[in-house]
Design a protein around this ligand. Structure first.
Ligand code: GLU
Length: 434
């Protein structure tokens, strides 16, 4: 592995980090070239089908009215209804929503699901609002989107800073505004609902479990034992927590964590359960966690470890820090955490990346199970869900791994090629209306 010298660090040009849309388009174009994608289909997939922007007023606790801006981008529905999360975060804008919607199209296609891709959210910092305000914001956003979403048209789900409670409010608002006879039949307008309200047992852990499984499958292929391996996690939300939980059960050691509040390290190991309990008691923040030293945020990716799991936001691993990474495996729990420049540096250094559209696809696969459960009036048990998830992820992983080996390409390009070829086939079979 390259030695990390101060000279090298200085020699790295400070290039402005591009937007997520540039990133996903570069990834798409390079895979499209590999498979000689038909130029007409390339044109179709390069644009988003629909972009919905809604501005809506919400009454705050102090009686003032605040105006919010919400987004829903529907990229492509050649394979089925638009599917993808809604996030509440200051970085949500039209560029981010477009890129994230596109990633959903590739993700659902790669997983072999009957879905297209969509994404959206609201540009806000949820920590600044009370629970009551968040409920009113969510309900009003749902009302504003209502004509553009639907259980057979566009099905939102949780994403960054949204959760099963957010989905329960959305489902309730959507159903309450339908004619009485249609109400319960519309429960699958969103997935990721709580267990007691049409949610799927295990949907909470589905994404993190999938991240863990793809790491496990990769380790098996490479005759590596997870027991004793060190891993670092960026983002200790739903995905970061559950991935850590399952890795710890296999004997791997969590040695550093970064969240929005800061970074901590302990090379002897951080207890996942203790850190989870601590963050729960401290408004989701790891700041002040005992038994770990505070790490400079800029040094987080340089931590000594075997596996690095970015499970927070996009554009985190770039040319600015890719040279520091000590891990030999990057498992992308987040969407778009590695940009193209960062990825090229990692690949040159022989570091493997399990790409987001494979690595974090357990979430949308879990969503698909929830949607089927609601549509068929069934209730699935947790053990059944976990077995089905593992089967589906294994299939996807094997497809990508084999494609990458056969064509001597990296796993991201392989995953894109498989995903795009499936959509291309649907267009070729159906033709273009009229
Ligand atoms: N937000 C998750 C993702 O990015 C889940 C999407 C879904 O379940 O529809 O994959």
């Amino acid at each position: 592995m390259a030695t990390l010298t101060a000279e090298y660090k200085k020699s790295v040009k400070k290039v402005p980090v591009k937007g997520m849309m540039d990133n996903v388009m570069e990834q798409f174009n390079s895979a499209a070239d590999q498979i000689n994608l038909h130029p007409n289909i390339k044109k179709i997939l390069s644009i988003t089908n629909n972009e919905i922007i809604v501005n809506f007023p919400v009454k705050m606790d102090n009686g003032d009215v605040e105006i919010f801006r919400g987004y829903r981008v529907q990229h492509n529905n050649a394979l089925g209804p638009y599917k993808g999360g809604l996030r509440y975060h200051p970085t949500v804008d039209i560029d981010a929503a477009r890129a994230l919607a596109m990633w959903m199209t590739w993700k659902t296609s790669l997983a072999g699901l009957p879905y297209g891709g969509g994404k959206g959210g609201i540009q806000l910092d949820p920590s600044k609002y009370s629970q009551g305000e968040l409920e009113r914001i969510t309900r009003r956003f749902t009302f504003a989107l209502a004509d553009n979403i639907g259980p057979e048209h566009d099905i939102p789900a949780p994403d960054v800073n949204t959760n099963s409670q957010t989905m329960a409010w959305m489902a309730d608002t959507y159903m309450s505004t339908r004619p009485p006879a249609e109400r319960t039949a519309n429960q699958h307008v969103v997935t990721g609902k709580p267990d007691g309200s049409g949610g799927l047992e295990g949907r909470d852990r589905a994404t993190g479990f999938g991240v863990y499984l793809t790491i496990k499958f990769w380790a098996e292929k490479n005759n590596i034992k997870l027991n004793g391996k060190k891993y670092i996690v960026q983002g200790f939300g739903n995905v970061g927590y559950w991935a850590s939980y399952f890795l710890e059960q296999d004997g791997a050691k969590l040695v550093a964590v970064q969240d929005a509040s800061g970074s901590i390290e302990n090379q002897k190991g951080i207890s996942v359960a203790d850190l989870f309990a601590y963050t729960k008691a401290h408004k989701g923040s790891l700041l002040g966690f005992p038994n770990a030293k505070v790490l400079d945020n800029d040094d987080f990716f340089a931590t000594d470890c075997d596996i690095c799991i970015p499970a927070a936001l996009g554009n985190q691993i770039t040319a600015e820090n890719a040279y520091q990474i000590k891990a030999s495996l990057i498992a992308e729990g987040a969407n778009g955490p590695t940009n193209v420049e960062g990825e090229n540096m990692l690949l040159e250094r022989g570091i493997t990346i399990i790409p987001d559209i494979l690595c974090n696809s357990g979430g949308v696969i879990g969503s698909y199970f929830e949607w089927l459960q609601n549509r068929n009036g069934e209730l699935w048990q947790l053990d059944e869900v976990m077995v089905k998830l593992e089967k589906k992820l294994k299939e996807s992983f094997e497809n990508v791994y084999k494609y990458a080996e056969d064509k001597a390409m990296d796993m991201r390009t392989a995953a894109y090629c498989i995903a795009i070829e499936r959509i291309e086939k649907a267009y070729v079979q159906r033709g273009i209306f009229p």
